[in-house]
Design a binder for this molecule. Structure first.
Ligand SMILES: *[C@@H]1O[C@H](CO)[C@@H](O)[C@H](O)[C@H]1NC(C)=O
Length: 269
């Protein structure tokens, strides 16, 4: 019987490449991840694991008194060009949007010296695009939230932090990739969102932004506490699985090798 490790562990592996080799052996553990893009579904999945936000690089918009009319840019995108898997949508969208006057679409990741410029850009935009890159997640989403710039998410396989308790449709627009790359589809959709609806989403962004803020020491309802609460919500399902596995443990069947590695209830969790 193959060794089974990690049932009683929570493993923080937030970078998409972290623990590239050992992750395969640690499938019974709860992982805290940015997304499942580079994980086979039997190793990591939304049932067992926890998605955590990225730390935003854009400055928080403190005392944001902007409104729909005072944000001149309709749609903002700044990000790297990827030629791998998810990257084709970025190229397609660039060609569809590059001549629109109220759209900012620029390739190149935000470097340290560009943070001020990107902060001003996102703080003065109504909508901010998140397009799948080489992984489904993107730290741009959390920059958009910190900027109160309504996120437009084009990433069919994205997993979002704490979605079991948070309804992202209240403050994000989701567009399927196959729709987004159709001529005019995206801009028609975005232009159809008027001041009232946008303002409701902007208001909601200001309410939820703290859920994505990592603070030390952590404070009520910030990202640190939200992640631990998400881990706690996984525990009953893990207990159920373990207890079921114990049903026939007295018979020492061929599963014996695996069962001996399951911790006793006293030292589990
Ligand atoms: C935001 O507003 C509060 C209350 O008016 C003020 O004390 C604070 O200095 C402001 N912060 C910034 C960054 O403008």
């Amino acid at each position: 019987m193959e060794e089974v490790w990690g049932r009683d562990h929570v493993i923080l592996a937030h970078h998409p490449n972290s623990m590239l080799d050992s992750r395969v052996k640690l499938w019974p553990a709860i992982f805290i991840l940015a997304d499942f893009g580079r994980y086979p579904p039997n190793i990591a999945n939304v049932g067992k694991d926890v998605i955590a936000p990225y730390k935003h690089v854009i400055r928080s918009y403190v005392n944001d008194s902007s409104d729909f009319d005072s944000r001149p840019t309709l749609l903002y995108f700044q990000g790297a060009i990827y030629r791998k898997d998810g990257g084709f949508a970025r190229q397609e969208l660039f060609y569809l949007l590059k001549d629109e006057k109220d759209v900012h679409f620029q390739f190149g990741s935000v470097q340290k010296d560009g943070v001020g410029k990107a902060s001003r850009g996102m703080h003065s935009s109504k909508f901010c695009l998140n397009i799948a890159g080489d992984t489904p997640s993107s730290n741009r989403l959390f920059d958009a939230i910190a900027s109160h710039c309504v996120p437009v998410i084009i990433s069919d396989d994205i997993e979002l932090p704490y979605e079991d308790v948070l309804d992202y449709s209240q403050f994000c627009i989701f567009v399927r990739t196959s729709d987004a790359v159709r001529e005019k589809f995206l801009l028609n959709l975005i232009r159809s969102i008027k001041k009232d609806e946008w303002t409701r989403m902007w208001q909601r962004l200001k309410e939820v932004e703290n859920l994505f803020e990592f603070q030390y020491p952590s404070r009520e309802g910030d990202a640190v506490q939200m992640i631990w609460q998400a881990v706690a919500r996984k525990v009953p399902a893990m207990r159920l699985k373990l207890n079921k596995l114990r049903r026939f443990s007295r018979f020492g069947t061929q599963k014996d090798g695996e069962l001996r590695k399951i911790p006793s209830p006293g030292n589990f969790w």
